[in-house]
Design a protein around this ligand. Sequence first.
Ligand SMILES: Nc1ncnc2c1ncn2[C@@H]1O[C@H](COP(=O)(O)OP(=O)(O)OP(=O)(O)O)[C@@H](O)[C@H]1O
Ligand SMILES: [Mg+2]
Length: 579
Amino acid sequence: MSNPQSATLYRRLFAYAWPYRGRIALSIIASLGVAGSDAAIAKMVQPFVDRLIVAGDRQMVALVPFLVLGFALFKGLSRYVQEYFIKTTGQLVIQRVRNDLYCHTVDLPMRFFSRTSTGTLMSRILNDVGLMQGAVSDVLVTIMREGITLVALTGVAFYTDWKMAAIAFVVIPAAGAPAYFIGKRIKGYSRSGQVAMGMLTTSLEQTFSGVKVIKAFGTEEREKQRFLAVNKSFYSFVRKVIKYDAGSSPIIELLSACGVAGVLWFGLDRVMSGEMTQGELFSVLAAILLMYSPLKRLIRTNNMIQQAMSAAERVFEVLEEKSDIIDLPGARSLERPQGAVCFESVNFAYDQEPVLCDFSVAAAAGEVVALVGPSGAGKSTIAGLLCRFYDPTAGRILIDGFDLREITQESLHRNIALVDQETFLFNESIRDNIRYGRADATDAEVEEAARLAYADDFIRQLPEGYATSIGNRGLRLSGGQRQRICIARAILRDAPILILDEATSALDTESEAMVQQALTNLMRNRTTFVIAHRLSTIMNADRIVVLEAGRMVESGSHQQLLEGGGLYRRLYDIQFRDE
Ligand SMILES: Nc1ncnc2c1ncn2[C@@H]1O[C@H](COP(=O)(O)OP(=O)(O)OP(=O)(O)O)[C@@H](O)[C@H]1O
Ligand SMILES: [Mg+2]
């Protein structure tokens, strides 16, 4: 509970709670009211018994109902104020944690996303933060309310009869050892449970995004079994957490029974011998009995803290992920570059395996460079490097003579339009999907971009036209329709550098020819990198670069490469054999 790592965790959580110190203070004051009324009730048992029941003071009898109501009202109000403010504080703290986690994650580099599963990330942002949420608010409530109550009641007990109170008090430190042991177990199992929950979310995410494959291959049963298994393993960890948590109260009860037994054994004897009044004995007993229930709740709270800490660890793990793709201090903002792009002896590897070796290409502003080569040659990797999804392991990439690492990412991305091989669309209307390219574009501009991408016709035929929501990842559209929307999005972007990665691969020959015309118009005055397997679409490029296994093997115009008789010639011959 108090190793240096958890100390850091507490400090970080504390830093999150600090802005809400006003609310917390208000809540503490209110919890003093709650604790105060408990202590006062315990204290008043003595005059109640001695002066009312034993001595029979009639004047006080009339006051009793009002006192009872007054205390109830005061305690109720205090509890309300305390609970309302502390619980909202807990929510606010957690909201900040969740916001930070999301914002931090979105800024992490591509490398992070290619090694972390979507499900795990979702589970951290939803479940783990949720676990913290239960704890942060409840912990603050309980520790404060029960802690203060405990101190106040202990005070009353000691004030009334310190010897007897001391007997009862032994229980409190004695409860520490089992509480510590139980807390540790709970933390461990809770962590395993969260890992299982991450697997569960991953499984969900995979099922729903891969539902087509599951249906096509008829693997529903297999997926069900897999889900059941993961869910079962989740239960097995949760069960252990419940087992230890449920055990903590009986243990405390047993310990408190020892305390009460001790007090009675010692106290009854003293009442008999007239050393203390019945009232004093009952008052101490009341204080002690009242004291054990906050103690029990505190220990349960410790169990919750342990669960929250294991969740917090996972949350802070992500928050600690450093991005290696960052804006250097003094990075310049590119306004509107000419668009000259230069790869200088670029080497790159995703992991150990080199993917690009000594790749050099210089594209003058406005030039169209085509990248061709077999699958896996590294074409999309080059596009990704230009977008600075990754930094080269050696060499540099320059735009207008500035190293990408010296340019702010915001301005770099503002000047690049990408039509990716994976046509991703958001679960929004078509209009919003196209407008994603430039947020301030007018409806007329959106429609113009769609017209240029030959998407306008089919969009207008949809039931709600541009307002049609295209469903999860655009699944309500055909592959070619999706691709045309992606092209419209890039057209609207109106950036000086254009990257087309298999942008027309899903189109039929006729629409490809039309879109190609649109793209040719678009490429005018823009530096363009176009990647395509279908050579007919890139024959007119200013320069064709042929890649094989991460190396440039040829480069030149279509004519030059045909005459060269190398890999390009071979690819060309295979594709045009029939014609
Ligand atoms: N995120 C990644 N992590 C690790 N390796 C990767 C990653 N992305 C691609 N690779 C590897 O890098 C190599 C080049 O991939 P790339 O996507 O650049 O090929 P490509 O030329 O675009 O192929 P295609 O024509 O099939 O799209 C491949 O061997 C691939 O396995
Ligand atoms: Mg590719």
